[in-house]
Design a protein around this ligand. Structure first.
Ligand SMILES: CC1=C(CCC(=O)O)c2cc3nc(cc4[nH]c(cc5[nH]c(cc1n2)c(C)c5CCC(=O)O)c(CCC(=O)O)c4C)C(CCC(=O)O)=C3C
Ligand SMILES: [Fe+2]
Length: 318
């Protein structure tokens, strides 16, 4: 009999509709409702990027569907069937809903993976903690992929993304070595540094590997999308970095948001609208690498790391 392996594919989650932004924001804030002003500010940002469907919802749906197909193609001759379930951090279906759905379908063995390549206790760590707790409650034996930030195929596809945009700048008249590549990721509170968190090191490793592979002469790492809270967040922020680069007379800026895998608010608003406007004010050229979304190369990375995890599990036949 074919053994079913559940795959919990976890992602941040996005509101279901504009009316749902308040509930979503309240969930992110651990049950504390935002002020009217904070809510309006977030709604305005979503309104600027949402054309009917929230892009992250569509992208996550496609990624999960494509990964399931890829896993069943890559499993080889083994008598396994992979069934993917979505588990979202701040929206329905929540992480716990995904685990419960697997258990209800009779699945007892599962792998969890987050649609974010870099590990932090404050990001991937909390996804895993919630999934693990629910899995124990439901009697599902689960193991997790923690990070895949140096997977060779990931470095490859991201390097190709960087090269493609550098080529466009060169065609537009830039000298290749004067293009400044800005790798970025979601900022986190500075206190992760004192916790020995691997997030920063992993991001630097990915950035360096891509820069080497793509032959980038001039690059730096910067943070983006810091939360609006009282505590200090990791910096420098990309908007400040752009102001500094303008003083250095840098003319061509290529943003490579390697901490994200989908088009969503942080990319479509924070980079495409906000950073783009600042760069225009500063009279600099600004563009960004395309997001991975459901690119087959990204699906191949995910499939490979999930299959490696399965190989380490003791898969019991029913
Ligand atoms: C590390 C990290 C990632 C990357 C890894 C991963 O993907 O997990 C990420 C991704 C995302 N963050 C997102 C949205 C938001 N994040 C917020 C707030 C926060 N993010 C945090 C961290 C991260 N966030 C943190 C520590 C906070 C403070 C509150 C808290 O301690 O939890 C807020 C509140 C308002 C604001 O501060 O802007 C929003 C709306 C969306 C969805 C976009 C869409 O819907 O299109 C995505 C993919
Ligand atoms: Fe966030």
């Amino acid at each position: 009999m074919t053994t079913k392996i559940g795959v919990l594919v976890m992602s941040y989650g996005t509101p279901e509709s504009l009316d749902n932004v308040e509930a979503y924001y309240t969930h992110i804030r651990r049950g504390n409702a935002p002020s009217a002003e904070q809510l309006k500010e977030l709604k305005d940002r979503y309104e600027a990027i949402v054309g009917g469907v929230f892009p992250l919802r569509e992208n996550t749906d496609r990624q999960v569907e494509a990964l399931e197909a890829k896993l069943n193609e890559d499993k080889g001759g083994r008598d396994l069937e992979f069934v993917c379930y979505q588990g979202l951090k701040h929206a329905r279906p929540f992480i716990e809903d995904g685990v419960e759905a697997m258990a209800k379908a009779g699945i007892t063995q599962a792998v969890g993976i987050v649609l974010a390549p870099h590990y932090s206790v404050m990001s991937v760590g909390t996804y895993i903690k919630r999934a693990q707790a629910k899995a124990e409650e439901c009697g599902v034996n689960m193991s997790f992929v923690e990070s895949y930030h140096m997977h060779p195929e990931l470095i490859d596809v991201l390097s190709r993304r960087v090269t493609a945009k550098m080529d466009q700048y060169v065609e537009a008249g830039a000298a290749r070595d004067e293009i400044r590549v800005l790798f970025s990721a979601h900022s986190l509170p500075e206190r992760i540094l004192a916790m020995g968190d691997p997030y920063v090191d992993q991001l630097m490793e990915t950035s360096k590997a891509i820069a080497d592979k793509a032959g980038v002469a001039s690059w730096q790492f910067t943070w983006q999308s810091a939360g609006r809270t009282a505590e200090p967040w990791l910096g420098p922020d990309i908007l400040d970095t752009l102001r500094d680069l303008s003083k250095e007379q840098v003319e061509y800026v290529l943003s490579a948001p390697i901490g994200f895998v989908s088009d969503h608010l942080e990319v479509l608003y924070d980079l495409d609208i906000e950073a783009t406007a600042i760069a225009a004010e500063l009279d600099m050229r600004f563009t960004r690498t395309e997001s991975l979304n459901s690119d087959p190369a990204y699906m191949s990375v995910l499939s490979d790391v999930v299959l490696s995890q399965v190989n380490q599990m003791k898969v019991t036949q029913p």
